[in-house]
Design a protein around this ligand. Structure first.
Ligand code: ADP
Ligand code: ZN
Ligand code: ZN
Length: 820
């Protein structure tokens, strides 16, 4: 078919930051087959191939260019639905990015093969008979080359249309994509024990028992095995048998050596959870009341806030609401701020909803993510509840009934980089709206904007003010560190008060959580002679000292160097450290309490997929008595045995240069404090500070959310911040400071002409260079009455003029809407 006679076309979304859709031609046969939401492989630019998404099918040839034909159709039915496309369009418009940016963020990368994608052999793939001849050719080539780009493979096969082939090889798990290899799925193996084959059936059992009659322990183990088998009719874990029979592993091994029993392993799948469904806990009267109020609120309000104090049992209320949706055969999206930090919650929900929960998370391997996508797309029961971090708002729901946003105040719901810079809570509310579903926002410390909406009747508002079991909220004590220093009552970074309470807790065999919102040993190393601190060569920031590795690190670009012996500026050997981090606290504790097990939880100790779980597990099993950590500790952990929480220094957060610093400090401190005294005994919280009379610390210690809210709100009104004004931040970056200054001045002026006093900057942020790029910010504030859409349009216009200026073309420009 000649191009000139083409009369059928499609508009597609390319996974690129380009504002427009692109038109390709299709044949008569393809018209009949193609549907909106299917993927097609298309050529773009000189030699590139991309996976594009069909957005429209039509008969209008493009005016400015000749439409190229598509290479290939990649799906036999749509993998993206209409509601999603509508929702993505909203996200793109609202957050001022391209539909392509949203498309790329939404789809698992295995769905987005392109010419540049690097493909590798999957080392654990062995069954070559699964492959077709051509696939085997590619597999062989990867054997010799170890990795190939899609373009190279296309060259080897002298074939243009190879995406379907790769798609098939990915499905067979013969190959993996490069970006995924760091997170390959490792099945967890659990050791089980069973009767050897020859004894199955029961006839020889008596004989068998006779044979071990004289080995008392073995006899005991076997008897217990039979009784367990009779009771549970389930596979028996070796560990359980050891415990129930009160024998050692050596006894079991003895039986295995005699070929009476045998060990085997079952793979515990981390994604498809056990099918068995537990029971919902029955709600107490306060939870029941909240549950009823939420249901009533949902009759008139699409969004409702559940303001429930820490340990009030919000999870149980959520579960009840989920149950209702399951009965209606509706889908549920349960959003959490960070999956890795939510192990406990996942476990609890799994116990109740078992096989109906799918977890969606960017750290999961490609195949796992593809699997969840497909299950949601096909409205499968095993993905009826999706528990996920922010990107799960882009999944192909078709029948959503309820969205729960747990810990809605969490800042990790906002994506800062790359674009789309969306807020998952707000995107979720919109998603829910597209489905005519309901949204529940839950928190003990709601964000100011949510509470504002709830008190202004835009959202429903339900409170839950009693801890489960009616344990009182912990007792709070502010300790004035300045005075303690003066009176010489400090040992390292510990006041006598904190030390005494730690000692008492340990004596009672209770556990302690200590919070210091800084990792590493100490933030800054300084020369005592000339006061120079070693700086990162790539960023405008001092390096952080990590004592254990004896090195200095940059927390912005990960640059590392060995701790110098001398000052780089004057050669003096007198280097001191200023400030302190988790690592230093851990070391001090080990000296103060040599008998006690101390654990540390921060970015440095929780790397890797299961790093975090290991520490949580050890703490839960009471292998750790005192856990020291950063803000990770504040996120929803539930340990019954923690009776003391200590905050080593509450001041750093308060002094952070950000209009939300006070709100965030309040949230963080109340959340960490909430980890104390959750089960029987009332807990204690000790907060060390240089400013015990700071209003925020007073509000934390008296648990006065409302007072904090009113005071902060007054400030926001006075200084023109959200929830009254909207804040849009433009970031410019360039290697060359002069070029950057020129560009940001130009942009600042153009914006100033349009929005006068509501433009702040350009200014350099406190860290004004990162990874060798200089940075400038311009803030545009949008008053309550100013039309949002018109404002954004005008900014877009200024941006296109900016981009058209040759000298500014190399300046990176990012727009962040609601940048807070
Ligand atoms: P929140 O999320 O509000 O901080 P959680 O949901 O973690 O509180 O509940 C706190 C503790 O109380 C958990 O250990 C939970 O299992 C327990 N709990 C809450 N509600 C109930 C209930 N109705 N029945 C039994 N245990 C409950
Ligand atoms: Zn010096
Ligand atoms: Zn750096």
């Amino acid at each position: 078919m000649s191009l000139f006679t083409a009369k059928n076309f499609i508009n597609v979304i390319l996974p690129l930051p380009l504002q427009r859709l692109f038109t390709y031609s299709i044949t008569e046969a393809e018209v009949d087959f193609l549907q909106k939401g299917m993927r097609v492989a298309v050529p773009f630019g000189k030699s590139k191939i991309y996976t594009a998404l069909v957005h429209e099918i039509h008969q209008q040839a493009p005016q400015e260019y000749e439409a190229k034909p598509i290479h290939q159709i990649l799906d036999d039915k749509p993998i993206v639905n209409e509601i999603q496309l509508e929702h993505w369009t909203w996200v793109a418009n609202y957050y001022m990015c391209s539909l392509g940016d949203v498309y790329r963020a939404a789809l698992p990368s295995a769905f987005l093969l392109e010419s540049e994608t690097i493909v590798l052999k999957n080392p654990s793939f062995t069954d070559e008979s699964l492959l077709t001849d051509t696939e085997f050719l590619v597999f062989e080539a990867l054997h010799h080359q170890s990795q190939l780009s899609v373009l190279e493979i296309s060259g080897i096969l002298s074939k243009k249309n190879i995406l379907p082939l790769l798609k098939s090889m990915l499905a067979k798990e013969a190959v993996v994509l490069k970006e995924e290899i760091y997170e390959q799925y490792k099945p967890k193996l659990v050791k089980y024990i069973r009767l050897a084959e020859q004894y199955k059936g029961g006839a020889a059992l008596n004989e068998l028992l006779q044979s071990v009659a004289r080995a008392k322990k073995q006899h005991q183990a076997l008897m217990t095995y039979f009784s367990l088998e009779g009771q549970t009719k389930k596979p028996i874990k070796a560990k359980d048998l050891e415990e129930k029979a009160a024998v050692s592993n050596a006894v079991l091994k003895g039986l295995v050596d005699k070929e009476i029993l045998e060990f085997y392993h079952i793979q515990v799948d981390r994604i498809s959870f056990k099918q068995a469904e537990g029971k919902l806990k029955s709600l107490n009267e306060f939870q029941e009341k909240a549950f009823q109020e939420i249901k009533t609120s949902f009759e008139t309000k699409a969004v409702t806030l559940l303001h429930g104090i820490t340990s009030s049992g919000k999870t149980e209320v959520y579960s009840k609401l989920i149950q209702v949706q399951l009965e209606l055969k509706k889908q549920v999206l349960f959003l959490v701020p960070e999956i890795a930090l939510t192990t406990q919650l996942i476990q609890r929900l799994q116990e109740v909803f078992g096989g109906k929960i799918a977890v969606f998370h960017s750290k999961y391997s490609m195949n796992e993510r593809v699997e969840v996508w497909n299950n949601v797309l096909n409205n499968k029961e095993k993905a009826q509840i999706v528990l996920g971090a922010r990107s799960s708002v882009f999944l192909p729901f078709s029948n959503l009934g309820l969205v729960i946003v747990d810990e809605e105040h969490e800042s990790s719901y906002k994506q800062f980089d790359p674009s789309p810079r969306y807020h998952a809570r707000d995107a979720a509310i919109l998603l829910s709206h597209h489905h005519k579903a309901r949204t529940l926002l839950g928190s003990a410390t709601p964000s100011l904007e949510t509470y504002f909406n709830a008190t202004n009747n835009k959202y429903g508002h339900v409170s839950l003010n009693k801890r489960f079991g009616e344990v009182q909220l912990p007792e709070m004590e502010l300790v004035d560190v300045k005075e303690k220093h003066r009176k010489k009552r400090m040992t390292g970074h510990f006041s006598d008060r904190l030390l005494k309470e730690i000692t008492t807790a340990i004596e009672h065999k209770e556990q302690v959580i200590l919070f210091q919102n800084r990792r590493g040993f100490s933030p800054v190393v300084e020369c005592e002679t000339c006061a120079v601190a070693p700086q990162c060569p790539n960023c405008d920031v001092s390096l952080t000292y990590h004592k254990y590795r004896k090195e200095l690190r940059c927390h912005y670009c990960n640059y590392r160097q060995a701790m110098p012996l001398k000052c780089g500026a004057c050669g003096s050997e007198k280097l001191t450290t200023i400030g302190f981090g988790t690592e230093q606290i851990e070391l001090e504790l080990k000296e103060l309490f040599p008998e006690v097990n101390v654990g540390r939880m921060d970015l440095d100790t929780t790397r890797g997929k299961y790093g975090y779980q290991k520490i949580i597990g050890a703490f839960q099993a009471h292998e750790i008595d005192i856990l020291v950590g950063t803000q990770m500790l504040s996120k929803g952990l539930d340990f019954g045995n923690v009776t003391l929480v200590g905050v080593l220094n509450a001041d750093t957060m308060l002094n952070f240069p950000d209009f939300r610093a006070h709100e965030r400090t309040y949230q963080m401190l109340v959340q960490v404090a909430g980890r104390s005294g959750r089960s029987k005994k009332r807990g204690k919280v000790i907060i060390q500070t240089f400013n015990p009379y700071h209003q925020i610390l007073q509000q934390v210690s008296t648990n006065s959310y409302l007072e904090m809210y009113k005071e902060q709100l007054a400030d926001r009104w006075q200084f023109h911040y959200p929830p009254y004004y909207r804040v849009l931040k433009i970031t410019l970056k360039h290697r060359d400071l002069l070029r950057l200054e020129e560009a940001s001045e130009w942009l600042g002026q153009s914006l100033g002409n349009a929005f006068t006093d509501n433009v702040l900057g350009p200014t350099a942020p406190s860290v004004s260079r990162v990874r060798n790029l200089y940075i400038k910010h311009i803030i545009v504030k949008i008053p309550p009455k100013q039309n949002l859409a018109a404002t954004k349009k005008h900014i877009e216009k200024i941006k296109s003029t900016f981009v058209a200026i040759g000298a500014f073309r190399s300046v990176r420009l990012g727009i962040d809407v609601d940048s807070y």
